[in-house]
Design a binder for this molecule. Structure first.
Ligand SMILES: [Zn+2]
Length: 59
């Protein structure tokens, strides 16, 4: 299984590009077992949404 460090890296990559199928599987499997990374991913997604909302108000 991938490490938390690797999972965090994939979480940030997925904000910039689509993950490959294998990356997605590794990431999902890690999240299924790791509460810490699940929580971190939620924050990532929330930050991206917040950022998106901010950007759309400011361009
Ligand atoms: Zn983890």
């Amino acid at each position: 299984m991938i490490s938390c460090k690797e999972a965090t890296r994939l979480a940030s990559i997925q904000l910039e590009r689509k993950l490959s199928l294998w990356e997605r599987i590794e990431f999902r499997v890690h999240l299924a077992f790791c509460t810490g990374c699940r929580r971190a991913e939620k924050q990532f997604l929330f930050m991206r949404q917040a950022m998106g909302a901010w950007m759309s108000r400011h361009d």
